[in-house]
Design a protein around this ligand. Structure first.
Ligand code: NI
Length: 244
């Protein structure tokens, strides 16, 4: 049986950037941990024989690892496990269900035009979710390719994102976005969607801001009674709004 990790999967720590439309602070990198993601994934994601090129009016042939390929499943499990350990992901996304991570590769000349992701996604494994939050996990080192920026547009403007290997950005799935053409090298990434317990992105963003403020308050003034009060308000709002 295929195993990407004969010696056992390495612990993966993701640095996650949170991008929510109604915060001015676009890139919040809270977890500075780095990981050896690229060397692990790029070398072992074998682009198996079933790898398909996807072609549409907006897309110039991207290589996609089949959803059910053992490589995708095993590497995807590693990503999910890392997400489960990320307080930042939990706070920002408030996940109800995460779609099994997918993997793709853009070579020189490939691009993905402006689009909004499908609202409902079905995975070969039977998982079916409403896509509230999109995630892109950069696997290739940015020095190894030119172009390939993820460009996300919203009412606050256009944001271009190209992160170090192992860093991930989450953004509302309602956003118009594109991937600029690759002009050198290859861009390998994992991407997936999450159905959030909080469907409304403005409510999700409010809860995230509040959680971050509570964390700062508890850090700077550990004994302050308002920390408990604000935490109570946070949970009571979550109780009102969450679909579980
Ligand atoms: Ni997309």
């Amino acid at each position: 049986m295929f195993s990407a990790f004969p010696e056992g999967p390495p612990a993966l720590a993701l640095s996650i950037y949170v991008y929510l439309t109604d915060t001015s602070d676009v890139n919040r990198k809270v977890n500075p941990d780095q990981c050896a993601l690229r060397s692990v994934m790029e070398s072992r994601l074998g682009w198996p024989p079933g790898t398909t090129g996807h072609q549409s009016a907006q897309v110039k042939t991207i290589f996609s690892c089949p959803e059910n390929a053992p490589e995708a499943r095993e590497l995807g499990s590693m990503v999910l496990e890392a997400l489960g350990r990320s307080n930042l992901f939990m706070s920002a996304v408030l996940p109800k269900q995460v779609f099994p991570p997918l993997f793709n590769r853009y070579d020189a000349g490939m691009t993905f035009g402006a689009h909004v992701d499908n609202s409902i996604r079905s995975h070969a494994s039977g998982v079916r979710i409403r896509t509230d939050v999109s995630s892109t996990l950069f696997i290739s080192n940015p020095e190894d390719y030119d172009g390939g920026e993820l460009v996300v547009e919203d009412t606050y403007g256009t944001h271009s994102v190209k992160l170090p290997a192992g860093d991930m950005i989450v953004y509302p799935a309602t956003s118009l976005h594109n991937v600029t053409p690759i002009t050198r090298g290859s861009r390998i990434a994992s991407f997936f969607w999450t159905q959030s317990m909080i469907r409304d992105e403005s409510k999700r963003s409010l809860l995230f801001d509040m959680d971050m403020a509570i964390i700062k308050l508890a850090r700077d003034h550990p004994q302050h009674p308002s920390a408990v009060e604000l935490t109570s308000v946070y949970h009571n709002l979550l109780r009102q709004w969450a679909e579980v």
